[in-house]
Write a protein that binds this ligand. Structure first.
Ligand SMILES: [Zn+2]
Length: 459
């Protein structure tokens, strides 16, 4: 799961049940027996082995650590008999060679942070205060000037775009909270000198501007460095006699943050993707199954966004559901919530085909009702944007080891791994089972379980 970048998320209200169609419980019992007979149960020991291998080294996108993971994952898929593809894509990072801000010729006494992107430039101009750089803050006064703005309310990209449109030649942004310096992000393909400073330094300048004109001088020198990250794709086509012409995607991300071994985030999800690929390798199916591990999730869902952007129109219409597993194994996550804290997050905070099927499966696997909630921050997001029913499976609230070097294999619960994989296995099979009719996107085929919305925070 990637770091939360924008803090202003509108709290989701309680969303009531959407009135799905239920089948009677006698059918439900029969269904359950049939499902289990056709499928083997996930083996937590083999999932644990995957995590052991992957978490032996950090897997930051674009590094040898990622490549080591990619090769391992590909090898396993091949071993199970899948058609595989390694999909490369470019990622960029930036090296700061020099950064300084002078106010009326005097260097400020803190080190500013450059915005992500190409924030290079050397400019000297009067400083003007432009609020939070909303459209209504932009006027003639900022043209040819350096804008002093406050963080918050709109995205960084929007702020910079508004300033560029208004003719500003640089921006100094101060924090809207007293907690240090938070830099933003530049719009794609925009080079614009942009730095962030602390709230204290920013408010001092706002006060000073009320009485004294200020000339600001910014010198920012940044080098853009391109590296390659990868998605791993494994596909199994349905049996020719029973082909619904539909696709289900099952994903996790294989990259980690630079400082961690990422055992839970997200070697755990990858271990489930591989285990399910193994279990479905020989099962009769009427739906194409695509097992995906994404790179650069931690850098902002870059791999999954690249993947969906390179799907054909036909493939997009064929994909009925996306199951995303991100952080599904920590002993220390989930607090005292039922089923170890397992929750299904959707982008819009609404139920969909994925949550309906999985809630029903969860009831059978855990004898508990798991809730759904509203959150992004993982690779289900780009799928949702295409109108594909998608959900993120994780234990929330997250563990204290999240994004820390302490996210190690000794914190992994085999029980949680098995439980989550089994729920997804059952849910996927509800669609891929060749003895049942094809489902249609957005329509629920649900067994007798209702499950609540929960406004559960991640951290
Ligand atoms: Zn993460």
């Amino acid at each position: 799961m990637h770091r939360k970048i924008i803090l202003s998320i509108v709290a989701a209200g309680l969303i009531l049940s959407t009135g799905a169609i239920y089948v009677k419980s006698s059918e439900h019992q029969a269904e359950k027996q049939r499902t289990r007979a056709a499928l083997s149960t996930p083996d937590p020991a083999s999932m644990y082995k995957t995590i052991e291998y992957l978490s032996a080294a950090p897997r930051e996108a674009g590094t040898n650590g990622e490549w080591r993971a990619v090769k391992y994952i590909e090898k396993q898929f091949k071993r199970y008999g899948y058609q595989t593809e390694i999909q490369p894509f470019p990622i960029y990072h930036y090296k700061t060679n020099q950064i300084s801000v002078k106010i009326n010729g005097i260097t400020i006494n803190e080190t500013p942070e450059p915005f992500t992107g190409d924030a290079s430039g050397r400019v000297s101009a009067p400083l003007v205060y432009a609020g939070k750089a909303q459209k209504s803050d932009i006027n003639e006064k900022i043209k040819g000037k350096i804008a002093l703005v406050e963080r918050g309310d709109i995205t960084f990209v929007e702020k910079v775009q508004n300033l560029v449109n208004g003719g500003a030649i640089g921006v100094i942004m101060f924090n809207n909270s007293p907690d240090g310096i938070v830099a933003g992000q530049l719009p794609d393909n925009v080079t614009f000198p942009a730095v962030a400073i602390s709230r204290k330094a920013g408010l001092t300048l706002v006060e000073q501007l009320k009485t004294t004109p200020i000339t600001a001088n910014m010198e920012v020198d940044i080098t853009k460095i391109e590296t390659t990250s990868y998605n791993v794709i494994a596909s199994r086509k349905p049996d020719k006699k029973h082909d619904t012409d539909q696709i289900i995607t099952i994903g996790a991300h294989h990259d980690s943050v630079p400082e961690g071994s990422g055992a839970n985030d997200d070697a755990s999800g990858v271990s489930a993707v591989l285990e399910l690929a193994k279990l479905f390798a020989k099962t009769p199916i009427d739906t194409e199954l695509r097992f995906l591990t994404f790179g650069s999730e931690e850098k902002g869902l870059i791999g999954s966004t690249y993947y969906v952007n390179h799907l054909s129109k036909k493939e997009i219409s064929q994909i009925q559901a996306h199951f995303q597993m991100d952080m599904i194994g920590s002993k220390n996550a989930g607090g005292h919530h039922p089923a170890g804290g397992l929750i299904m997050y959707t982008i819009d905070g609404r139920k969909n085909l994925v949550t309906d099927l999985s809630a029903a499966a969860a009831k059978q696997v855990t004898f508990e009702v798991i809730p759904y909630g509203k959150s992004g921050r993982s690779d289900h997001e780009p799928f949702h944007q295409l109108g594909i029913p998608a959900a993120l499976f994780m234990h929330a609230p997250v563990e204290p080891d999240y994004h820390k070097p302490t996210d190690t294999i000794d914190k992994i619960s085999k029980k949680k791994l098995k439980q989550t994989a089994e729920i997804i296995e059952d849910a996927v099979y509800q669609i891929a089972d060749p003895t049942t009719p094809a489902i249609s996107k957005g329509k629920a085929i649900q067994e007798g379980v209702d499950y609540p919305f929960e406004d559960r925070t991640l951290e």
